[in-house]
Ligand binder design. Sequence first.
Ligand code: OAD
Length: 250
Amino acid sequence: MDFQKQGLKEAIEIAKNLVIFTGSGVSAESGIPTFRGNEGYWAQFSPQQLASEDGYLDHPDIVWKWYLERRQKALETRPNPAHSSFADMQDFFEKVVIATQNIDKLHQRAGSLDVLELHGSLFRSKCRNCENVWDDENTKFTDDFHICPSCSSPRSVRPDVVWFGEPLPYNILQRAIKEAEDADIFIVAGTSAVVYPAAQLPYIAKQHMAFLIEINTEPTPITSIADLTLRGKAGEILPKLVDVIRNIRR
Ligand code: OAD
């Protein structure tokens, strides 16, 4: 593993702001499938059917069952060493921000305090009519399931996630962009980095002179601009990176 790579030690020595951009590969070792792998979500299902407004309007029950299964699965899994390592990094830098495309809440459960959920959360619902948003871990699939608890509108409750064709939550994206601009070190982990606008974040960080580290089992479009590529499983590499940081910053 190339922890001797030129520039890494200096970057760790002087960094104040660490920004971490994650995708589903970071949760793979917790047992949650990625999206585009051979056995990923999009190999089994059509994204347009399950993760779009039109799909929801055509088959709300199918869409809800899919999200409730994913919510249940996320509750049954545990953060893995990749998530814990990111939480550990909070001990060494003034500011650590995670911008995640994941909706499984595993970063928060591992102890990361500043998590920007770019694609929403499996654990919130929202009303399409009155736009009320609420924490939702326990909803059961019943006849009155789709009635908004706030405005009582029927067939209006949906998961608070970003679907195909929808914009990202404005304030969260703007803050992620600002944090990417201010990053001294920017880590990209477990994402194919092909879904925009989230995937612009590493480029923004690089343009603003961040030291860019990529952690992935496979090459991605980010590999060619990364200052350091660590090839392998996030849950195996990240604890080693924390050791390197601890040795330099203690
Ligand atoms: P992808 O399935 O596109 O990419 C997962 C990435 O993780 C790939 O580059 C894998 O090589 C890598 N990977 C797999 N296992 C890994 C491991 N153990 N350690 C390190 N890397 C590993 O998933 P995302 O990039 O998260 O959006 O996908 C981005 C967005 O596309 C998702 O948020 C979702 C999807 O459409 C929405 O639903 C809006």
